[in-house]
Design a protein around this ligand. Structure first.
Ligand SMILES: [Zn+2]
Length: 340
């Protein structure tokens, strides 16, 4: 089969890779309908995260079940499924508490590489959620968004306790930040402030339900949020970048007693103890337990209540994956969808 392999920073190739096979009786093999390039794939692409060797890429996926292992009981060939970037059993104590990304048996899908024609999904019964029927083609991008960026943005908004009567500020205008705007609005937030300097992203943020846009960042951004909230800061802040500046911007934009949901994969972030102590905020985040939200999100997508697939602004055949990486790296594209 064909699949994406990263050889070195900036060097992404589509190559022949071995067809995946059932390795464990709990595995399923899916024919990938669509995959995509994640903001986190850009860290090794930019050389910020070290690559040890040539690495198969991709952890977001939707597809059709081809084959299931002997112990898989809830899925059968022909079903359209969505899974998260962590495979999880969905039965252990951590999963049952809603933290499937911390499952005691979890497997990171990035080690498998779903930017490919086929993928092996471990712990298939726990990981995959099937739609009632194979969906129409125009819904595929929405379901694909649920696999990571929507689920992650949604978790961030939940972790930040977005809800009725709340003012929510979102730091980061990538796909996750934009979908956190959508999530905050769906969760009933009164005011949703998107922090973005890019016109096309501001426009999408508005479409997803942002009521205000703040273009300043860092100290100036924090000042603006305080001015807009009677000097108090936002009730809820989503952090969807992962840098020192964005983390501090998020923490300091929250009011005392407020909540910060952080989901940007952190790189070299060090929180100052005294600053954190003085902030008097709740911090909750990490790799999103997307599986917790998948059934509900898939229903909202299926009945067309939400259209998260609009974050994909570049749609390419798998063989042109390198162009998709480049466009995202240069910020010409928010998110690239790849069709095997
Ligand atoms: Zn588990």
């Amino acid at each position: 089969m064909r699949g994406v392999v990263m050889h070195a920073p900036g060097d992404v190739r589509v190559e022949d890779r071995p067809d995946p096979r059932i390795e464990q009786p709990t595995d399923a093999i899916i024919k990938v309908s669509a995959a995509c390039v994640c903001g986190s794939d850009l860290w090794p692409y930019r050389g910020i995260e070290k690559l040890e060797a040539a690495t198969p890429m991709g952890h977001e996926y939707v597809g059709v079940v081809e084959e299931v292992g002997s112990e898989v009981t809830t899925l059968k060939p022909g079903q359209f499924v969505v899974g998260s970037f962590w495979a999880s059993d969905n039965t252990c104590e951590i999963c049952r508490a809603g933290y499937q990304s911390g499952c005691v048996h979890r497997v990171l899908m990035g080690t498998i590489g779903t930017q490919a024609q086929y993928a092996r999904i471990p712990l298939a019964d726990g990981t995959l959620v099937a739609t009632p029927e194979v969906p129409p083609a125009d819904l595929i991008p929405g379901y694909l968004a649920a696999s990571d960026v929507l689920g992650t943005g949604w978790f961030a908004a939940v972790a930040a306790e977005a809800g009725p009567g709340k003012t929510v500020a979102v730091v980061g205008d990538g796909a996750v930040g934009l979908l956190a705007v959508l999530a905050a609005r769906q969760l009933g937030a009164e005011r949703v402030i998107a922090m973005s300097r890019h016109e096309s992203r501001q426009k999408l943020a508005r479409e997803f339900g942002a009521t205000d846009i703040v273009t300043e960042r860092g100290e100036e951004g924090i000042e603006r949020i305080r001015e807009m909230t009677g000097g108090l800061g936002a009730h809820s802040v989503v952090e969807a970048v992962g840098t020192q500046e964005s983390m501090m911007q998020a923490i300091n934009s929250a009011r005392h007693g407020g909540h910060v949901g952080f989901v940007g994969v952190t790189h070299d972030v060090a929180l100052p103890g005294l600053g954190l102590f003085g902030a008097l905020v709740h911090l909750h985040g990490g790799p999103a337990p997307v599986r917790r939200f998948l059934p509900d999100l898939m229903e909202l997508i299926g009945d067309r209540t939400i259209d998260p697939g609009r974050v994909f602004d570049l749609d390419l055949p798998l063989d042109r994956a390198a162009e998709g990486y480049q466009a995202m790296d240069e910020r010409r594209a928010v998110k690239t969808l790849l069709r095997p």
